[in-house]
Design a protein around this ligand. Sequence first.
Ligand code: CAA
Ligand code: NAD
Length: 284
Amino acid sequence: MAEMKSMGVVGGGQMGSGIAQLGAVHGLDVWLIDSDPLALSRASKSISSSIQRLVSKAQLSQAAGTSALGRLQCTTNLEELCSADVIIEAIVESEDVKKKLFLELDKIAKSSAILASNTSSISITRLASVTSRPHQVIGMHFMNPPPIMKLVEIVRGADTLDETFNATKALAERFGKTVICSQDYSGFIVNRILMPMINEAFFTLYTGVATKEDIDTGMKLGTNHPMGPLQLADFIGLDVCLSIMKVLHAGLGDSKYAPCPLLVQYVDAGRLGRKRGIGVYDYR
Ligand code: CAA
Ligand code: NAD
């Protein structure tokens, strides 16, 4: 497959904005789509400030930063994606909502386009099944924050072709990422291992074993993680963590994946983490 020239990203939240930034910085024409215009204006600001941080640390020249911003268009109109070589979906972690979007993308995208999902846990095979091109559907799972984290986990659905895999891997490598490859089972590699740890941190808090600060300090200093598991949950978004635990629980069928009631309660209360100003910790 020829080198990709243009990319669509659907969902302009923390992940979609970072993925759009990577595309623009690495020379692609990028459309960033969100159904919420406010999300798009937040995304524009966060991309500009992230690029500024990279420029101030001499990891990107001012000229490259400016031309990257010139290659990025933000819009609510999905139809703009009709000429994109690849479209990466980064909307809410819900199978039903993602399936609806894949159905629409399949109609809008040109026939050669790859449809990728940044899903944290949901079956790529099932997302692909609503399209007429399951061989061109793939999981391209970036880590948060996408401009900084070095990994992309690629997930092959049951029908994903080698050609699709190779083109997706080449794109991730163009972004400077190391690629790992997972079969299509709930949570793939990273979240199969990470989320039960985060869920267990909630149980540790819920059952009164220790304070949130001691749980986080324990894992930061005791195991050299950059953030404690509760801080990381706030960073990821507690809604995202809960959705992933539900997918693991339903997909792997073991009660060890049952979401902690405290995690459920925080999400019910709208305590979604840093993005809402309050989660396990209060950032206001
Ligand atoms: N854009 C540009 N630069 C950024 C940035 C961004 N969005 N975010 C952080 N940085 C840079 C900072 O400028 C800083 O650079 P220098 O060290 O050169 O000064 C560096 O990254 C560190 O940032 P900070 O000093 O602000 O803060 P920090 O030291 O706490 O690092 C962090 C922030 C990189 C996020 C670090 O805390 C970390 O690695 N945390 C763990 C993140 C992690 O585990 N992510 C994966 C989550 S799981 C996932 O993503 C999968 C899923 O499906 C849920
Ligand atoms: P987020 O809540 O920050 O952003 C989601 C965005 O999608 C919102 O701006 C919302 O307005 C938009 N959206 C929702 N439905 C839409 C639709 N039908 N059309 C267009 N836009 C729509 O979420 P996020 O944390 O960026 O996560 C996005 C995806 O990436 C999820 O699948 C998540 O599991 C995955 N992911 C998240 C992380 C993380 O650390 N947060 C890491 C890796 C992967």
